[in-house]
Design a protein. Structure first.
Length: 165
């Protein structure tokens, strides 16, 4: 698994973020029957102001959020609750770029404290969540949310983490 990380906010611990991302991404891809070695993801580790600007620009919501994701291509299913069109890695070629994920340290920290969760557990959940978005999962409809949240719960359990819902 190739992971490119850009740290824009000093509150982030790059080594801890990379370790959490590697564990979360490999568990997610393994759970879906995909070989982690065939894929690449980019992460922007930023603060609340930067993610609020990105949220305003891309979603029309000028407020900070915990995670944003930009898939490299549309993979979503046409039928609510159905599996998206998962990518296939080319074993002989370079890793396939799945897309970009942005995480806001301040929002993650506040949410973890409010929920009484360790920061690392919440971070791992949002990394899994963000990667699932890159793979075409969403939570717009109830059937889609059920599929995505069920996957998140199972993947986090594989990592020894409790159900985030």
């Amino acid at each position: 698994m190739e992971i490119d990380i850009l740290i824009e906010n000093d509150a982030w611990d790059e080594a801890a973020l990379e370790a959490a991302a590697r564990a979360a991404f490999e568990a997610t891809l393994d759970a879906l029957g995909l070989d982690p070695a065939g894929f690449c993801v980019s992460i922007l580790a930023c603060g609340d102001d930067r993610i609020a600007a990105l949220n305003a620009e891309f979603r029309g919501k000028p407020t900070p959020t915990n995670v944003l994701s930009w898939p490299s291509e549309e993979r979503g299913a046409q039928t609510p609750g159905a599996m998206p069109d998962l990518p296939e890695a080319d074993r002989d070629g370079p890793p396939e770029e799945l897309g970009d994920i942005a995480l806001a340290h301040g929002v993650l920290t506040r949410e973890a404290v409010e929920a009484g969760k360790p920061f690392e557990h919440h971070l791992t959940h949002l990394l899994v969540h963000g990667l699932l978005h890159l793979l075409g999962f969403d939570h717009i409809t109830d059937p889609d949310a059920g599929l995505m949240e069920g996957l998140e719960t199972r993947i986090l359990a594989r990592l020894g983490l409790p159900d985030p819902y």
